[in-house]
Design a protein around this ligand. Structure first.
Ligand code: ADE
Length: 291
């Protein structure tokens, strides 16, 4: 079995692409797709075991990949990660600035520490990674950066801290697009809605309820697949997006457009694309756990 990408197999031949958060979820999927499209791939993250597992998967399919351990909240570690990529490959053409995380909590229960932890990973950490990629390589050679956002339009109850950090990332992306275009660097975001991934299994209680209620209020009437997000990231990294910078590509089944729930009653929804040959069903959706 191989990744069923819609893009041509040599799309990124000779290009070096770094995927942060490459050990699971969307990062793992896009790492597989980029490998299948000829990229010289580096995956980074905090957990060496997860990285090793994904590297094994990719290598067992005949591609090569390097792994680098990095906590993106540390400026020193991020600088070393980018130095590491350059030491390995001598260039850095694309950055999938994907590492991040959040936990479900009502706004009133979020401590300042918890809030700051999410912002410091998703926003400050993402900022440090893109800045370091720019300073150490892209400023002098151009490149493409894809930052991760979310379905934050009109807020994201239950994930207020994450939405605040992703909104910051939207603004940061727009500023960088303007400041860095002169160096040939494009900077965009991909904003996934609720995507079926192993990450679903990290939630409990109200978080699970929020996940289960999602398809009803979305025009597509379903969750997204990691392959659908990966395809958007790949497009934005590719030359086909040469005139796109400072933009956000929503991959959310029309979620913000489905606010008027009444109109969705008759909607059948949209069929899925799942090119990821290793995709799996979250435990949450296994037959025995359905409610
Ligand atoms: N994934 C989630 N949090 C992270 C962090 N601080 N550094 C790297 N990857 C992460």
């Amino acid at each position: 079995m191989a990744y069923r990408s819609i893009f041509r197999p040599d799309l990124f031949e000779g290009q070096v692409i770094l995927v942060t958060g490459g050990g699971s979820g969307i990062g793992r999927c896009v790492a597989h797709e980029l490998a299948a499209l000829g990229a010289r791939l580096v995956i980074a993250g905090r957990d060496p075991e997860k990285l090793a597992r994904v590297a094994d998967e990719i290598e067992s399919e005949g591609y090569s990949v390097d792994t680098l351990c990095c906590n993106i909240r540390s400026e020193v570690e991020v600088a070393a990660m980018i130095e590491g990529v350059l030491a390995l490959h001598g260039r850095l053409d694309g950055l999938v600035n994907n590492a991040g995380g959040q936990f479900h909590a009502p706004l009133a229960d979020i401590s300042a520490k918890g809030f700051e932890a999410v912002v410091s990973t998703n926003l400050t950490g993402g900022f440090i990674v893109m800045r370091e990629a720019y300073r150490q390589w892209m400023q002098g050679h151009g490149g493409a950066i894809v930052n991760m956002s979310a379905d934050i339009w009109m807020g994201l109850p239950g994930f207020a801290h994450s939405a605040a950090s992703r909104a910051g990332m939207e603004s940061l992306t727009q500023s960088a697009a303007a400041e860095w275009a002169g160096s040939g660097v494009r900077v965009n975001t991909v904003a996934p809605g609720m995507i079926t991934s192993s990450g679903f299994d990290n939630y409990e209680g109200a978080g699970v309820d929020q996940i289960r209620a999602y398809p009803e209020r979305v025009p597509a009437k379903r969750y997204g697949t990691v392959a659908e997000v990966s395809a958007a990231i790949v497009f934005l990294l590719s030359p086909a997006a040469a005139y796109i910078t400072g933009s956000c590509l929503r991959v959310d089944g029309g979620s913000p457009n489905g606010r008027h729930g009444q109109a969705l009653k008759q909607v059948k929804g949209l069929p899925a694309f799942d090119g990821f040959h290793l995709s799996s069903t979250p435990v949450l959706f296994e037959e025995s756990n359905r409610t």
